[in-house]
Unconditional design. Sequence first.
Length: 609
Amino acid sequence: MDNWSALFDGQTRYVLDINDSTVKADVLRFRGREALSEPFRWDIEFTSLHANIPPEQVLMKYASLRMRGGKNVHGMVTRLEWLSTSRDQSHYRLTLSSRLTLLGYTRQCAVFQNLSVPEVVEQVLRKHGLEGPDFEFRLERTYPARELITQWRETDLQFIQRILSEVGIYWRTEMDDVRGLDTCILADSQLNYQFDVQLPYSEPSGLFDGAADSVWDVRTWHNIATGTVATRDYNYRTATMPMDATVSVRSDAVTTGAHYRYTAPYRDAGDDTSPEPETESGAFYARIHHERELSRSARIHLFSNTGHLTPGQVLEPQGDVITALKEGVILTLVTFRGARDSRLHVSVWGVPYTERYCFRPAEIPRPLIPGTLPARIESREKNDIYPHLDEQGRYRVRLDFDRDATDPGYGYLWLRMAKPTAGESSGWHMPLTDGTEVAIAYSNGDIDLPYIACALHDSEHPDHVTRDNHTRNVLRTPANNKLRMEDRRGEEHIKLATEYGKSQLNSGHMVDSQGQRRGTGAELRTDEHGVIRAGKGLFVSADAQPKAQGEALDRDAALKEIDRLNQQLQQLEIAAEKAQALKADVDSQIQMFAQRLKPLNEALLMTAP
């Protein structure tokens, strides 16, 4: 008699309760999907005496689907669909989802600094109203704080799924029947699987099998897997340090080949000989990726009739089973199908259990930013007249898309700036001050690898070269130190100037501040003291050297003039002898010319034609 009651209790086999709603639902049929690292979803068709259910009576309401076999599904109604209405009742379909599904309705761009992946995930979950009992981290590793984690045009759900997949953290759902809510469990090792799930491996034998729980009809798929994973990255903070790691996880899979991954990215290479390398090192990421590859090397499918199966369990089929089932199966995907007039049908997907490596969710690639984003240089003091730099010459910026309030000078990490040239204590660097607009580029498009590509003028910081002075090439600092080169034909000039003492070096066609001609040639001027010092001698000449041809120290004209003067001195000597003057004075003048003036050593020589 019990066998028959198990088969023909159609109206009470499944019950749907919607909290805080007047809707009374009679379950007609349903399909459910539960997977590791995914929110669950149950599409439930039901009938009701309500001919026109207002959406607000159902949507965003907590609800529970209860099965006579003992399985309960607690979630939130995220979708309502009217299908038909007859004289007696109306036919609807709703979707019962994990509360994490609601994170998919928030899409944004955000910046997280100096937080670990679990800390960022917790912050996002709490922002959506999830508290301590709603999620639990069961982590065997300690995760380091990252300098930067960027959310770029992703929903909050996509974002946490991506960053969790990067470090190999999977999550599953448990049902809290006391609170009537779902709980998210986040884990990173085999220790947090659910063990001791045993079912007989036997095909149902018809109507009189007692509705006994079992699994049957196993199918397996085996693939070749990559044998080795090698990683390499570059860290400008430790530019010469090797950043290579190579890992091959021991397994029973048939393997071949190697997978080389450049720019994982990571900060340290780690110890690739250790089975437990430092978290988020190169060896860690190589191992995580190889574990993903090995997890895909074998797949198992089973059918069952029990509703207690759920992702994250290690199912141990009992009886005469194939080798792939001997150690158990990690359930990764479970689908359910049932109706008021039929039993529950369960389809199970999984991978063979092993102690050598853990299930890892598929890696979700980071969004790419192929171009640049606007930002502004930021100092700790508003309108600071001096640049705010660190010991490496890096800048702080404020990204235009970032809406979070932060203290001045702390809105983003320290960034390098690309320059025309760079070398050891050499290069080109004109420091940028607070408020300067810059374009932020991303290495290989990676949202977490930014740098300053260039600086730009804008409405608040207009360009100093416009259509009004388009023939000029100007390099000018905020304090008006200036190098100006005029290219207007026939008026070419160069001006090197500083405001202090109005010290200037002008050459060519000289103009005043109004652009009016004030002379030609060259001018060295200052309102302060002037000094010209030349340890090996100074030669000042007014002798022409057309078109700047000839040697810079060409003194032929000057020497010829001095020779002529010496000849005059000798003639004066003869006259002086007759006048009985001292010959020694004249000899000393000639000797000075021979020893000092002619080779231009430690002397000042000024000549003019």
